[in-house]
Design a protein around this ligand. Sequence first.
Ligand code: FAD
Length: 341
Amino acid sequence: MAAPKVAVVGAGVVGLSTALCIVEACPGCSVAVLSDQFSPNTTSDVAAGMLIPHTYPGTAIHVQKQWFKETFTYLFAISNSAEASESGIHLVSGWQIFKNTPKEESPFWSDVVLGFRPMSKAELQKFPQHQFGQAFTTLKCDCPPYLLWLEKRLKAAGVQMYTRKVSDLWELHSEYNIVVNCAGIGAHHLVGDEKLLPIRGQVVEVHAPWVKNFIRDGDGSTYIYPGIHRVTLGGTREKENWSLSPDPDTTKDIFDRCCSLEPSLQGAQAVKVKVGLRPSRQSVRLNREVLRQGGVKLLVVHNYGHGAGGFSVHRGTAKEAARLVGECIAALQGSSSRAKL
Ligand code: FAD
């Protein structure tokens, strides 16, 4: 058969990294990315991009750990290469702090990040309202540069990028052999997934170059994440709120909460307020599906629903999606050789 044609729907961190993994794993196929929005207008552009996993209750922990480890290893190698600055990937050290000691003092990902340890009494003096903390070094993606870096690699590999809204996966049937759904929260309407709901998040980017360490309140409600040029202050988690408009009262509340953890931020200048909709689901939808209309089949691979942790696991889930695309190609080649007999 001719080179299989694969359409990846979505150009957030999941769509772009999935397209890249398909190119790497299936060099004989032709890949296109179709998306109604590209960077800087995706949810992925809003994210803080910290590699601290969110837990998916519907997915086995060893699978989540594998996704995180693959992502960490991939980005760590980039951070150690000449590409680090352009791709926006860098190491960052800091503290995750708790008002009460958590049940699990070491999370499942503690041996993937670097130098994980309980905070010392002396370190905890910085946070008088907290009684327990964990110190570690992890990676952070400055998200828009990382998305542009992924796009650049895809273009260099011959992947075509089309601005296009897809209303129904079947509209791609005549042009592509396999469709990969990486539409993020857009999958709610695209495939009618009612288990996929938005969790609205607002963040404030400030100019505070003196802040070098990350600080994260253990429940993830308040965080200070230093990037290459700006510090991201967060956050909010508003279930089933579809609004993309920044709320000034929320901005003030975020700022006040962050100043209570890092008083020096009082002098920081706000640069930008961003809002995004986390594509939240009990588990990432990562599977093959054969859609049928009459006697016609459409091979689909889904990879969406990464909620609050898309950056932390994107490479691991992209590799698995590419493996599933490989299975679809094998199935297509099998049916085309049977047809010739
Ligand atoms: P998106 O980035 O939303 O991409 C979806 C793409 O699909 C877009 O290009 C869109 O235009 C396209 N699309 C949708 N529907 C259609 C359609 N019908 N036709 C064509 N194209 C379509 N994660 C972390 O790991 N660490 C963090 O520190 C972190 N911080 C966050 C902070 C905030 C405030 C928010 C909101 C999220 C944060 N996240 C974080 C989560 C992370 O942003 C998401 O998990 C991740 O961006 C999801 O990526 P995605 O590619 O699936 O979705």
